[in-house]
Design a binder for this molecule. Sequence first.
Ligand code: DAH
Length: 339
Amino acid sequence: MKQQLEAIQKQALDKLTQISEIRELEDLKVAYLGKKGELTRILKGMGALTAEERPIIGQMANEVRTALEESIANTRARLVREERNKRLKDEVIDVTLPGKIRAIGKKHPLTLVLDELKDIFLGMGYEIAEGPEIELDYNNFEALNIPKNHPARDTQDTFYISENVVLRTHTSPVQIRHMQNNKPPIRIICPGRVYRSDAVDATHSPVFHQVEGLVVDKGVTMGDLIGTLQAFAKAIFGKDTRIRLRPHHFPFTEPSAEVDVSCWGCGGTGCRICKGEGWIEILGAGMVHPNVLRECNIDPEIYSGFAFGMGVERITMGKFGIDDMRLLFENDVRFLKQF
Ligand code: DAH
């Protein structure tokens, strides 16, 4: 029996050195120390021993048990340590690795210019008004002194949705909406998208942007309009910029003018950009027609006003030296990245 005990101890300790997982350790513990384990099985044979042998073997069996328990505990500690070391190694973070650079989006050049236009006019005390892109024929034309069959309708190749509903061809209908819902003094700009049935080329797009301006108060004059546009031109194109007004006709203003700025390419001496003219047209303007004021229940005997409308694409192309309008709508990242 003594030899059996020694054999069991040796066998168990040998196996323990080979173990590499906690689960195996649990199995081994059950196999030797469990109720049906090796050690227990031997101890059950103690009944056959003599009275002298029994305490000796009993003590020896206890020593074997203690030795096994101790070794199992040590092995468990070893396994836990090994596992932790392995995890630390697997989860190690290389803080010297370069970070992933995420591309940051940029504002579209049209947005940059629209932001700048808004800043300039907000700085002069204007408010921003907005209106819908799907508009009543009444607001887009009729209330602006352009009745049905008026020749001026031909120049604005209109997308009709129905007889009385259009895609707005300019931002001027926002003037009507604002005057019908607000009393003077009025000082607004309306930035927005407009639509015309134009074929796409380097200078035309069926969708483009305008900024409308409207000021209505007592005693507003053409001088106020010119001063405002002069200040605006210097703010957007630089302090040496000059403007000139050429007589023109718009149904909703009287008198009306087309407004040029001195060329942003040559400053006025003539170059390829201004086709040798020295001037570039950027907007239409004039004194609000009495018929328009009356249509909005504003008495033209008491109030007067000026209005202007400009194309944002033209200004953007001028500011950034873009020579083809299509670039503004194609959204090619190689182009957009440059702003
Ligand atoms: N609505 C005109 C257009 O789209 C531009 C314009 C001209 C607006 C004169 C105005 C104005 O407010 O007074 O071509």
